[in-house]
Design a protein around this ligand. Structure first.
Ligand SMILES: *Cc1c(COP(=O)(O)O)cnc(C)c1O
Length: 401
């Protein structure tokens, strides 16, 4: 089958079919399950072939695992197919993907605009590392379109945001922010981890580059670190790949294989986790021990209508603010028997996190307060357990608050 035919056939598949079959390359053995090519290098038939390949790497040709590997390429292709992206580059972790996407396209003197509500390490990259290399960063409230309009300038190179922010679950208006950025010629880079590739098509909403920590829903079983950047061929192969392959943040073939198997079940897992998140949010809203329940699927969420218009489902994450601050929050966490206390998300195991003392502990108190990371805030990642057990566990633990 010609390559372009194969491509168009796959593009028409439904997401679940793409997640099972997309990007599969079989060896001469015709294996059913994807092979893991645990090799850093590749043998050339002749010196001339090596010379030719270093000049121009063709399809299904590889040089060195830092540049590319068949198992990694399968993962990239499957993820790109799902996202509707022209191309993708797999990275060693979500942070290798975020920092690589930004650093590869920026240089000293450039200006970017970033939402201020970000995952702790994303904030460190944007606020500390990019600033150290002479990139000017303007931070805005990601939900305030006027703030985006004021901050984006004709010389702005990029805007960066999390489609749904960690941990306070603010929903960004991707269509409007992309329009503002594009009027000024700026690229839109979106960290789509909380929204998931199953529930939000950020490229269709206007983003130019979509970034995932594959550690989260793509693995979904807490095993490996990984990241992926998706976008145009020009961005992925022209801008990002030269940076990543020379600086060393490429994905290992073993992790790519684990993630390929993760993608096969991702849509099913995300749906089950979203069911649990919805059930929990409804069960918890109005609970006397809670200040509030934050979940984009609740009508009380400030961007509920926006979430509905951008996402097929409101996601697998919620947050609760427990009355009584850190002491009460710790008593609840310590009383849970099904939920585990950790800081991953999107996992089969339901996870509770106290952002103020863990993922965001580095931030000064004033910044925490500004971002809504209060002492009573608990982030909840819904797993694959029976939702009734999850609700019962939380209700019992809240009695201790
Ligand atoms: C976890 C996470 C990252 C970083 O991913 P790693 O795989 O841990 O490096 C980046 N952004 C968001 C929103 C995350 O949740």
């Amino acid at each position: 089958m010609a390559d372009d035919q194969r491509q168009s056939g796959k593009a028409g598949w439904q997401p679940r079919t793409k997640l099972v079959h997309g990007g599969t390359r079989r060896s001469q053995w015709g294996e059913v399950s994807e092979s893991i090519f645990l090799t850093q290098g590749f043998v050339y038939d002749t010196a001339e072939q090596a010379e030719a390949r270093f000049k121009q790497v063709g399809p299904d040709e590889f040089i060195y695992a830092r540049y590319g590997n068949p198992t990694v390429a399968m993962f990239e292709e499957r993820a790109a197919l799902l996202e509707g992206a022209e191309d993708a580059f797999a990275c060693a972790s979500g942070m290798a993907a975020v920092s690589g996407a930004l650093t590869s396209m920026l240089q000293a003197g450039d200006h970017i605009v970033s939402a201020k509500a970000l995952f702790g390490s994303c904030l460190y990259v944007v606020e500390t590392i990019l600033a150290r290399y002479g990139v000017e960063v303007t931070f805005v409230d990601g939900t305030d379109l006027d703030a985006w309009r004021r901050a984006v300038r004709p010389d702005t190179k990029a805007v960066f945001l999390e489609a749904i922010s960690n941990p306070t679950l603010e929903v960004a208006d991707l269509r409007a922010i992309s329009a503002i950025a594009h009027e000024n010629g700026a690229l839109v880079l979106v960290d789509n981890v909380f929204a998931t590739p199953v529930f939000q098509r950020s490229l269709e909403l206007g983003a130019d580059v979509v970034i995932y920590s594959a550690t989260k829903h793509m693995d979904g079983q807490g095993r490996v670190l990984g990241g992926i950047v998706l976008g145009t061929k020009e961005f992925i192969r022209g801008t990002l790949e030269p940076y990543m392959k020379h600086t060393g943040g490429s994905m290992s073939p073993f992790n790519a294989w684990v993630l390929l198997k993760g993608l096969e079940t991702m849509a099913l897992r995300c749906d089950a986790q979203a069911d649990a998140a919805e059930a929990l949010a409804l069960a918890l809203e109005g609970h006397p021990k809670l200040e509030k329940v934050i979940f984009p699927g609740l009508a009380s969420h400030p961007q509920h209508a926006l979430a509905k218009s951008q996402m097929s489902r409101p996601g697998t994450m919620l947050a609760i603010e427990i009355r009584g601050g850190q002491e009460a929050a710790f008593r609840v966490l310590n009383a849970l028997e099904v939920f585990v206390i950790s800081n991953n998300l999107g996992d089969a195991k339901s996870i509770v996190t106290h952002p103020a003392t863990t993922t965001h502990s580095r931030l000064p108190d004033a910044q925490k307060a500004e971002l809504g990371i209060t002492p009573g805030l608990v982030r909840i990642s819904c797993g694959l357990e029976d939702p009734a057990d999850l609700a019962a566990d939380l209700m019992a633990a809240l009695e201790r608050a």
